[in-house]
Design a protein around this ligand. Structure first.
Ligand SMILES: Nc1ncnc2c1ncn2[C@@H]1O[C@H](COP(=O)(O)OP(=O)(O)O)[C@@H](O)[C@H]1O
Ligand SMILES: [Mg+2]
Length: 204
């Protein structure tokens, strides 16, 4: 038995965490077993790394990347693989695509190298479905009450564009969903895509 791995992606403030919770709840209401994970975090090591990354200090790009990758490696080994082996649905709040979009895009480390690293640290595990919630940077920043500095805005523009081009290159496995409108409107869109994907899943 093999579970199903769904990941929500997108720039800060688009509604990933909100939608991951709603999605998990809807899946549970259908009687499915769901495990929710977030990145960085989800394990003791991962949560410690999350705290390290939240410090204000400026990390060297590769130092930052390696911390995210270490968190991911531990999460896969400790939580995601066992859950999938038990046939559960794993709902992830960010995963490998974040590295490609942020460190590959905004930090300029190169998508091919990072994709290879992702593949190593996850043992080749990829989400069955990744949904990129897309929203204009200004709207996402306003929602997230994030840092409104011009420098941050420009960085997020790059990351948003990177997400959209990564989705294009991975059509089918990575889908873009509009983050515009109310929480319910967005969750309705997400639900439609998830139901379609689950209908094609043998154990679904
Ligand atoms: N569709 C929406 N419309 C308005 N506000 C939203 C919507 N979705 C989420 N929010 C709010 O925007 C903020 C950021 O949402 P969150 O889920 O934390 O985003 P992310 O995890 O992508 O950073 C939260 O305060 C949340 O309540
Ligand atoms: Mg979040």
């Amino acid at each position: 038995m093999r579970g199903f791995f769904i990941v929500l992606e997108g720039i800060d403030g688009v509604g990933k965490t909100t939608q991951a919770k709603i999605l998990a709840r809807k899946l549970r209401q259908q009687g499915r077993e769901v495990v929710e994970v977030r990145e960085p975090g989800g394990t003791q090591l991962g949560e410690a790394i999350r705290e390290l990354l939240a410090r204000e200090e400026e990390l060297a790009p590769w130092a930052e990347t390696c911390l995210f990758l270490a968190s991911r490696a531990q999460l896969v080994e400790e939580v995601i693989k066992p859950a999938l082996a038990q046939g559960k649905i794993v709902v992830g709040d960010r995963f490998s695509l974040s590295t490609l979009a942020y460190q590959g895009g905004a930090r300029g480390l190169g998508v091919d190298r990072l994709a290879q690293l992702n593949s190593w640290v996850t043992g080749g595990l990829e989400p069955d479905l990744t949904l990129v919630i897309d929203l204009k940077v200004e709207e996402a920043l306003a929602r997230g009450k994030g840092d409104l500095r011009e420098e941050i805005r420009q960085k997020l523009e790059i990351v948003r564009e990177r997400y959209l081009s990564l989705a294009k290159e991975r059509a089918g496995k990575v889908l873009v969903v509009s983050g515009q409108g109310s929480v319910e409107e967005v969750s309705g869109r997400i639900w439609t895509l998830v139901e379609e994907a689950l209908a094609r899943w043998p154990s679904g």
